[in-house]
Design a protein around this ligand. Structure first.
Ligand SMILES: [Mg+2]
Length: 125
């Protein structure tokens, strides 16, 4: 079964980037990608029963409205078994520490190193 991943980012071109970088895994049915452009929209997707097998969430931190760190807290409170990995444009120690305290499973900086990202998320499957 494909690993279902939800990518949360307010920047529109992120979807295209992930679709390009995961084209092979998606074609091989190893990965199934979902996208949300805000924290609220991400929570709506996770609430949907047809999306309950999304187990990895990759979220941008800096978003208008709900920040990625707020989203992280909500997901960890409601779905403790899901993995949440944070992505930040800034190599900001403060964000990293805060994300770790709130239970983030990993932390990446932009531009995302997709080789490393794939190693981390695909190692279990
Ligand atoms: Mg952003």
């Amino acid at each position: 079964m494909a690993l279902r991943i939800l990518v949360v980012d307010d920047e529109e071109d992120v979807e295209l980037l992930f679709r390009q970088r995961f084209r092979k895994e998606v074609n091989d049915n190893k990965v199934n990608l979902h996208f949300a452009n805000s924290g609220l929209s991400a929570l709506d997707i996770l609430k949907d029963v047809s999306h309950q097998d999304i187990i990895v969430i990759l979220s941008d931190i800096n978003m208008p409205g709900m920040t990625g760190l707020e989203l992280l807290e909500k997901i960890k409170a409601q779905y403790p078994n899901k993995k949440v990995m944070m992505i930040s444009a800034y190599g900001n120690e403060q964000y990293m520490n805060e994300a770790e305290q709130k239970g983030a499973d990993d932390f990446f900086t932009k531009p995302v190193d997709f080789k490393l990202l794939k190693e981390k998320i695909l190692s279990d499957i």
